[in-house]
Design a protein around this ligand. Structure first.
Ligand SMILES: NC(=O)c1ccc[n+]([C@@H]2O[C@H](COP(=O)([O-])OP(=O)(O)OC[C@H]3O[C@@H](n4cnc5c(N)ncnc54)[C@H](O)[C@@H]3O)[C@@H](O)[C@H]2O)c1
Length: 288
């Protein structure tokens, strides 16, 4: 049974990218947000990203409007009722995600529907157990920016059915053109388990006065040929998200290397969240 009707909940950095790639893969998408303001911001992000894809020759200009129109934007979760696949991409907060997965049972009427989470770090089992269909809950973790990066991590919980994971894997591979890797259901999965301690080490270097953000990033750019240094990457991810991911990993493993350093906590409290608020380790307003 092919997946033609997709729902995306949350239209921030990730939800907008997920909605875009689904629409570009010619599925019909409903995106749900909390309120009109967030919805407008999400809609704008999708449009700007599609326009960039046209400029980069990745999306024919003649298809832009039809692709955009394949997405319906709403603040009414009830509009997800006929979805075959719902991808949750709201804030990295366990309580909020648990609440939403509980609601999915009441909202999503297709009894074969797959309920997926784009969480970076929260174990999928915690979301599966609050629904009446835990065998249909699976992790599907995209990377930022979603239209550009090919990787998707697929995470089965201990009770995800093989049918769910293989349907989802073939959707991600054959329909979206993604490269799927499978991870066990452990906080952080594969990529963040490696990446977050690295980013936190860079934050600790800044905190202790060891080196400046510019020199740390230049070190990894020019010394290791990374496309971006750890602090620029942290700004791209969003400092709030990086901190939330670190906290889930710390909660799971109790390893000090996953504990968010005080500097990261203070910057989040100050809303210095990186690119999305205009300032993090770097000032994006100055750069225009
Ligand atoms: N930022 C990254 O690089 C990245 C990469 C991979 C995965 N993720 C994961 O994706 C998820 C979203 O992250 P993001 O970076 O897009 O965050 P974000 O802050 O940009 O967006 C989150 C959006 O969710 C909305 N939202 C919150 N509660 C909601 C609800 N109950 N119903 C509908 N909408 C709701 C908010 O209004 C906001 O627009 C998180 O779980 C995060 O860990 C993030």
């Amino acid at each position: 049974m092919s997946i033609e009707r997709v729902g995306v909940v949350g239209c921030g950095l990730m939800g907008s990218g997920i909605a875009e790639v689904c629409a570009r893969a010619k599925t019909e998408v409903v995106v749900a947000e909390l309120d009109d303001r967030a919805l407008e911001g999400g809609e704008q992000r999708v449009r700007q990203s599609m326009e960039r894809a046209v400029k980069a020759g990745k999306l024919p200009e003649s298809e832009l409007e039809a692709t955009f129109e394949r997405i319906r934007f709403t603040t009414d979760l009830g509009k997800l009722s006929d979805r075959q696949l719902v991808i949750e991409a709201i804030v990295e907060n366990e309580g909020a995600k648990v609440e939403l997965f509980r609601e999915f049972d009441l909202i999503v009427h297709d009894e074969n529907a797959i309920l997926a989470s784009n969480t970076s770090s929260i174990p999928i089992m915690k979301l599966a157990v609050v629904t009446k269909r835990p065998q249909q809950v699976c992790g599907l973790h995209f990377f930022n920016p979603v239209p550009v990066l090919r990787l998707v991590e697929l995470i089965e919980s201990l009770v995800t059915s093989k049918e769910t994971s293989s349907r989802l894997a073939s959707f991600a591979t054959d329909r979206l053109g993604k490269h799927v890797v499978r991870s066990q259901d452990r906080a952080g999965f594969i990529v963040n388990a490696l990446l977050i301690p690295y980013i936190l080490s860079a934050v600790r270097m800044v905190e202790s006065g060891f080196a400046t953000p510019e020199d740390i990033d230049a070190g990894m750019l020019h010394g290791c040929n990374h496309p971006m240094g750890p602090l620029a990457l942290c700004d791209l991810i969003g400092l709030d998200t990086a901190k939330a991911v670190a906290e889930s990993m710390y909660e799971e493993f109790k390893e000090p290397l996953y504990a968010p350093p005080p500097l990261l906590c203070r910057m989040v409290e100050a809303k210095l969240l990186g690119r999305k608020t205009g300032r993090g380790f770097y000032d994006y307003q100055k750069k225009g």
